[in-house]
Design a protein around this ligand. Structure first.
Ligand code: 13P
Length: 261
């Protein structure tokens, strides 16, 4: 079975101006013991205008850069959009796609998200494909149907034997609410997602896939979340905006996995 890496990605969303962005990255770089990179990847996802400035600071270090969204065309008359090739050009290794804020505020649908996944892979950027149910969907017993649809449509036509995709399970009701999913509940969905991938692509691919949890992660709950077998890291919103919290989540997460201290 392929081994899978752990990952901690700070999704800043539409926060931080230039100085705040640079201070945050410099602060994290000062606080992180370089040996954490033996166990995990640490990724910053600033908004578009600051990608290049962040890249310049992390150049030559193990820190990685992610965008928060993209369009699927290579170039052309698409005012206001950003192509995967542009993201690669400024040094992105990852790009978040299908975040619930994109789906629910901006009306993105699975078919578009699938096009973004494929466009990113075609230029060598690893998509972080976000999936997750709304509270009413969970209450109506549709949790697994929603996850199945988002995962299978997001990955439709993607050869995971040759290309890497990271999946992030982010229950919508847990995002920005201070109410994280209970570790056992998140684990149930992570294991379901790995099962979907195993069914379509085999155990080797499924076992090697990094599956992140996101939604109200903080330094106090990360340890128990990461104790779960199928939780390989986290996509962090609010807590990734503070140096201390972001760094403590990384240490706490690695401790939860039993690889640190
Ligand atoms: P919070 O950590 O602020 O709940 O946000 C999670 C998220 O949406 C990360 O993509």
């Amino acid at each position: 079975m392929r081994s899978r890496g752990f990952m901690f990605c700070g999704n800043w969303k539409m926060n931080n101006l230039l100085t705040e962005s640079l201070n945050l990255v410099r602060g994290v770089m000062l606080e992180i013991d370089p040996s954490v990179f033996d166990f995990c990847e640490v990724v910053f996802a600033p908004s578009f205008p600051y990608l290049l400035a962040v890249k310049e600071i992390i150049e030559g270090t193990p820190f990685k850069l992610s965008a928060q969204n993209c369009y699927w065309e290579e170039k052309g008359a698409f005012t206001g959009e950003v192509s995967p090739l542009m993201l690669r050009d400024v040094g992105c290794s990852y790009c978040i796609v299908g975040h619930s804020e994109r789906r629910n505020i901006f009306g993105e649908i699975d078919r578009w998200i699938n096009k973004k996944v494929k466009a990113l892979l075609s230029v060598g950027i690893t998509p972080i494909l976000c999936v997750g149910e709304k509270l009413e969907e969970r209450r109506e017993g549709k949790l697994f149907d929603v996850i199945y649809r988002q995962v299978t449509m997001g990955l439709d036509g993607v050869d995971l034997g040759s290309y890497r995709v990271v999946i992030a399970y982010e229950p919508v009701w847990a995002i920005g609410t201070g109410i994280n999913a209970a570790p056992e509940d998140a684990e149930e969905v992570h294991s379901y997602i790995r099962g979907i991938v195993a069914e379509k692509y085999g155990m080797d691919v499924a076992g090697g896939m990094t599956i992140l949890y996101g939604g109200s992660v903080n330094p106090f709950n990360i340890g128990d979340l990461m104790k779960m077998e199928n939780i390989d890291g986290t996509l962090i919103g609010g807590s990734s905006l503070k140096v201390r919290d972001f760094v403590d989540i990384i240490y706490g997460g690695l401790e939860g996995k039993g690889v640190w201290r």
